[in-house]
Design a protein around this ligand. Structure first.
Ligand code: SF4
Ligand code: ZN
Length: 336
């Protein structure tokens, strides 16, 4: 089947469907829409006033590459000037290649670039030195805790060095969702309250910071980089921990324990499980989960026992071809 026509220009063939709206667009119309949305985020949120000197936190990765490229497109309309600021954390075999990508971008886009290094800013400490010193105490966890805090400080120092009035970072909507989820899990009301906006106004003498891609999904950031043929660095840091644990070292176990400690109001408690009316196994409804699933299959409606369809199943009559019953069992049936 040929691709549909672009819903915007009605000329080119669509090259993608936007993940959120489902709109079919060609690459050019998608990029134009993406840039217009970032412009709207910046203007509506009054994030970067005309005349601002903006330090773009550049890591060479996809998010900051897309951010720098979009802001460079928008700079004349916004009346702002850009300066790339890259942080050299001192991670052998990783950061050098990422910094090379930032240097190529600066050259291609004719943007000034300043690199600030942990070693210069923090009394000779590099991330490799931090990793050696924390080895044996959950190295990857400790590394990112140090690195996150130090990078924020380094970016601020670099931005001041180049005379910036504002700092921007490439966090996208997925990054922000992860942060919100983690703050919920920690029960950190303070951070939840502070993190709701698109940036911080520069409290305590810090430069105002914002995240112009905060409303753009990761998928669309990748699509934009693809259609604009952006050159970015995509290898993972040697100290990067596993996904969930990157945000909170004990996240996986914390999630498991949180379910154990969940305190339910008496009215919200499910009724004690009874016996399945068909096979006698432990069941929280009229039919146990196995009988319900088989029932759906026998009725020719396999999705009947999944999700909300299950409600109807308990109320419906017998299946067309009932399954043979089996002896009662006390095996508990999980009911997630
Ligand atoms: Fe720093 Fe951790 Fe990111 Fe590596 S993965 S750059 S150590 S925050
Ligand atoms: Zn189009």
């Amino acid at each position: 089947m040929p691709a549909p026509q672009c819903a915007s220009c009605h000329k080119a063939r669509a090259a993608l469907r936007r993940p959120r709206s489902g709109q079919a667009l060609c690459g050019a119309c998608f990029c134009a829409a993406f840039e217009a949305e970032v412009l709207h985020t910046v203007v509506a949120g009054r994030l970067l006033p005309p005349g601002a000197v903006v330090a773009v936190g550049a890591s060479g990765g996809k998010d900051s590459t897309v951010l720098a490229h979009v802001l460079r497109e928008l700079a004349p309309r916004l009346g702002i000037s850009l300066h790339l600021v890259a942080v050299d954390e001192g991670i052998g075999g990783y950061r050098d290649a990422a910094l090379a990508a930032v240097r190529r971008q600066a050259e291609r886009w004719e943007l000034p670039l300043t690199v600030v290094a942990y070693a210069d800013l923090f009394g000779g400490w590099t991330m490799d030195a931090v990793a050696r010193s924390t080895a044996g105490s959950g190295r990857s966890r400790a590394c990112c805790t140090f690195c996150g805090v130090l990078r924020r400080r380094a970016l601020e120092e670099g931005a001041r060095l180049v005379g910036a009035t504002h700092v921007v970072t490439g966090h996208n909507a997925d990054d922000m969702a992860e942060t919100v989820l983690m703050n919920f899990l920690r029960g950190d009301a303070g951070r939840l309250a502070r993190g709701g906006g698109l940036g911080s106004p520069g409290e305590g003498g810090a430069l105002p910071r914002c995240r112009p891609l905060q409303l753009a999904s990761q998928k669309e950031v990748v699509l934009y980089a693809h259609f604009r043929r952006l050159d970015y660095f995509s290898e993972e840091c040697v100290y990067a921990p596993e996904m969930l644990e990157a945000a909170r070292p004990s996240a996986v176990l914390d999630l498991v324990h949180s379910a154990e400690r969940l305190a339910l109001a008496p009215t919200a408690r499910p009724p004690p499980p009874g016996a399945c009316s068909r096979c006698g196994a432990l069941a929280s409804r009229a039919l146990c989960q196995a009988c319900a699933l088989l029932d759906g299959l026998n009725r020719g409606r396999p999705r009947l026992a999944i999700g909300k369809g299950r409600r109807g199943l308990d109320e419906e009559g017998p299946p067309r071809e009932p399954q043979p019953s089996r002896p009662p069992t006390s095996e508990p049936v999980p009911d997630f």
